[in-house]
Design a protein around this ligand. Sequence first.
Ligand code: FES
Length: 112
Amino acid sequence: MEQTRMEGFQLVARAEEIPVGGAKVVEVNAREIALFNVNGTFYAIYNICPHQGGPLGEGRLKGHVVSCPWHNLAFDVRSGLATDGGGNCVGSYQVRVRDGEVFVGPRRKVQD
Ligand code: FES
């Protein structure tokens, strides 16, 4: 796909490509990013699980929580924080949707 830039954001998908409850793995600045559609809102987190490198974009999404397909460590796709309270996390990235196109931008700060 053509890489269109918008104020530090990169075009990664058309919204219609990712159904509600679905995900797509995209590449942004040479990093694999998992993009999720939760009830029409898109969220982006780093695709690689910090446990042993499982692909989070292939995990099972339930509400705002995705479970790693390898050993089930679960992450909130809104923040990138693991839900078990153990302090694991992955990067969480800003997302914008314009005219049916989905853009991923800079990494969020943890407090966002
Ligand atoms: S690699 Fe993700 S839980 Fe083990």
